[in-house]
Design a protein around this ligand. Structure first.
Ligand SMILES: Cc1ncc(COP(=O)(O)O)c(C=O)c1O
Length: 394
């Protein structure tokens, strides 16, 4: 029954190659240091390490010398601590009255603070815990999303100074996020760098040391390490490129950027059958066989993260690209095998490294009008992650 490298009973799995992850990190470290600066690296592992399985990815990053881990939520940071991670962690998306603030301070999780109300909450929690909270203060240099506005920054700096004087906070860093890190010539870029420099100057003028300044994401480091690290120096926050997905297609595909896709999404055909000309396929019969053909049933659907909106998509079966036909359903979709022979149980590569000709996450992004980030991050919890590292699976 069928040709497959997946376990015999396996419906589908996301194979995560931790050796590729390690090589991507090395590639990014070399890029980040190529300007002569030696910023520390932060591996961004929010959202289950962009869908790659944080419980395996985070220890793999630490084994490979990752100095910092970055997450959005305090709960993600505390989960890392519960898993035994003792290194530096920054969490940056905190809502009012978060019940875990004191726990984060006690667990030496660094927190991003961008508003007076949060500074007050963190200060209050620090008094309860009995030592200063480690914070990175965030300024909005132009993204127009998180961060204290440039207008409010001078007053915020005064409030920070007062909190430092009361020993409530230790200001570890000043940071911001880019509009288009992968494009250093974007219309927003020069102003963001200027604003960032100004925000840091104001912090220093207030006598706050804030040793780590950080602005760059992985796209910024790959696009122009000189600009990315010149403005910031201390730390660069690496997300998508670590996982071997391009931060932006104009910058290049993973191979041209020297990156290896880490996730390969595979399944096994659940059924193969011959249908006559005129057979409609899947809900609404949006595709009808023009001639007699063989169809294959792939047991993954939009509940697993396969984008229903994909148009013109294909998968890799028995050494060829096979078009997806008809609507993608919640748990399954259909491919057209033409006159080729295939069997239930055959391996289907939905996306992977692209080395055999199989689609990559970037292809699925193009077919569904999104970005590679979303393709890997949306793979659902029904798909087991299988982590491979030299020496076997973990
Ligand atoms: C604040 C922040 N920094 C860094 C990153 C990492 O960016 P990238 O995945 O583009 O490298 C992200 C990801 O969205 C982020 O939200």
């Amino acid at each position: 029954m069928g040709v497959s490298n997946l376990g015999v009973s396996m419906r589908a799995q996301a194979v995560i190659d931790l050796d590729s992850l390690r090589r991507n990190v090395e590639r990014l470290r070399i890029a980040a240091h190529s300007s002569g600066a030696t910023p520390a690296l932060m591996g961004v592992v929010k959202a289950d390490a962009y869908g790659h399985g944080v419980t395996h990815v985070a220890p793999a990053l630490r084994r490979n010398g990752m100095e910092w881990l970055g997450v959005a939520l305090p709960s993600e940071a505390l989960a890392l601590r519960a898993d035994g991670d003792t290194g530096r962690i920054l969490a940056w998306l905190i809502v009012p009255d978060d019940p875990t603030t004191a726990e984060c301070i006690a667990a030496k999780v660094d927190m991003s603070v961008a508003a007076a109300w949060l500074l007050d909450e963190v200060a209050q929690a620090a008094r309860e815990v009995g030592f200063p909270a480690r914070i990175h203060v965030k300024v909005d240099t132009g993204l127009g999303r998180g961060g204290c506005s440039m207008q409010e920054w001078p007053l915020f700096v005064e409030q920070l100074r007062a909190a430092v004087d009361r020993d409530e906070v230790e200001i570890v860093g000043v940071w911001s996020h880019l509009v288009a890190g992968e494009d250093p010539h974007h219309a927003s870029a020069a102003l963001q760098r200027e604003n960032f420099a100004s925000a840091v100057r104001q912090i220093r003028a207030a006598g706050i040391s804030a040793p780590l300044c950080h602005l760059a994401n992985s796209g910024a480091v790959l696009a122009d390490p000189m600009i990315a690290t010149g403005a910031t120096g201390g730390l660069v926050r690496m997300g998508i490129a670590m996982f071997g997905v391009s931060p932006g297609i104009p910058l290049g595909d993973p191979r041209s950027l020297g990156l290896e896709p880490v996730m390969s999404l595979r399944a096994r055909l659940a059924l193969v059958k011959s249908v006559p000309a005129g057979q409609g396929v899947s809900y609404g019969h949006r595709w009808v066989a023009a001639e007699a053909t063989n169809l294959g049933l792939v047991p993954l659907g939009y509940a697993d993260g396969i984008p229903r909106s994909a148009n013109g998509a294909a998968v890799w079966v028995r050494g060829k690209l096979r078009p997806v036909v008809g609507s993608i359903a919640m748990d399954q979709f259909v491919i057209d095998l033409g006159h080729d022979h295939a069997e239930a149980g055959d391996e289907v590569i939905i996306f992977g490294a692209g080395s055999q000709g199989e689609p990559m996450a970037e292809d699925w992004a193009r077919w569904s009008g999104t970005i590679g980030y979303e393709i890997v991050t949306r793979i659902g919890p029904r798909v087991p992650r299988v982590h491979l590292e030299s020496g076997g699976s973990r």
